[in-house]
Design a protein around this ligand. Sequence first.
Ligand SMILES: *Cc1c(COP(=O)(O)O)cnc(C)c1O
Length: 468
Amino acid sequence: MKKNSTHKNGKDGHRYAQETRLIWGRSYTPKWDYAHHVIPPVSSSSTFRLDSTKRGAQGFVEFAHHAEDFRVQTRSPVYIYDRLGEPNKDMLEENLAIAERSECAVTFSSGMGAVSALCGILLGSGSEIVAHRTLYGCTYSLFKNWMPRNRIKVTWVDFTDLKALDQAISPQTRLLYFESPVNPTLELIDMASVVEIARNHNRNRKPDNRIHTAVDNTFATPFCQRPIEFGIDFVIESLTKGICGFGTDVGGVVAGPEWSYNQLLLYRKDFGGILSPKSAWPILVYGLPSLAVRFRQQMQNAIAVAEALERDNRVRSVSYPGLDTFRQRSLAHKQMRDYDGRFAPGTIVYFTVSGETAAERHRNAETVVDYIAEHSYSMTLAVSLGIIRTLIEHPGSMTHSSIPLEEQVKRGMDPGGIRLSVGLENPDDIIHDLRQALDHVRKSRPKHGNGVDRKSRKTRPVRRPVLS
Ligand SMILES: *Cc1c(COP(=O)(O)O)cnc(C)c1O
């Protein structure tokens, strides 16, 4: 309680629990000179008053020229113009660095803005990315369709095959890029092993040719996993998802080492993909401070839902790191830990509906998802994830549709795969709605009443919009 006496030289909270720090941040921060607010005001000013040309000049000199140890800076920055910096996103960035345990964090207008900015500062014509074969659809499309235009080559490998990864690295490789858990399959990548491979290659390289490692941590959020603790250089988060948590705002962040801070700021200034302060503010004031309590409950719900799905004979497979049957169980227990070291398997479940053939599973998945879209109360058909409302989608025809179907199968996705992001509702309601939808799996060809179970009496015929 003594915590909030914000003296000028502040109490940075290092001795306090992480969930406390996500609420109070740096406590006193020079980024914000409104000394008597408990909650920082929404900063909404595209430009800032400069007392003199001298102060203006000073602002331009100081921008993106943070000296070493910028984190202990105690004098307010000279704010000039929103695209360079402003209090709300600067404060959010300080708190995101606390959350990720990184040296710095720089926000962007979306998760994809963060991915492209990271590529922008690390890569140039002729350099190469080695990427895991399965990625979020838009990241796949960025790497596949846009990088080659800048003569940046992307090599796809299965990062669970460490030998193949090692062999895919060339003298031009500058970035090893992957997600863990992978969107949407929830496959895990062993981060410490990837770091070790990069370090072995870097031993003989000059600083300019170094290989960097980056993890998109969006599925886990820093509450469940902090890749930097495993030696990963850069972490990407789509703030839109679990960190914002309420589904109100779009944003992204790159968290990484101190040396990258100025470059990320300069890149953002010139390419322009800034996070609006009106979006930074709710993430700073509601999203990040409530991350721990939301995720603790959402994870409990996810475990209950995953176990119920696993028991259901209309479900073919369930992939969720919190299940005892999870294929990479020991890696999950090693990597996915909350701030107190407790196992934290996340809030996303990937499952496939029964069906003999891929085509049948695909059809059954559409039946389930369409039924939910039309009839369910406790969840809805929508992309995005990690928020307090339960969302369901069919990656094969939606979020990952930029990956051709044959490629999806090669990359470990099942055409009948369904992605479920478990929210804060009562888990019994979520399970009830899923079961009702699953009741309809085998009813594409109804058998004159006999095979029809009781629960379907109330339901209207299923409308089947084509999703792809
Ligand atoms: C949603 C998502 C992104 C992109 O984030 P946006 O904020 O939508 O740009 C990137 N990676 C993963 C894993 C995602 O789920």
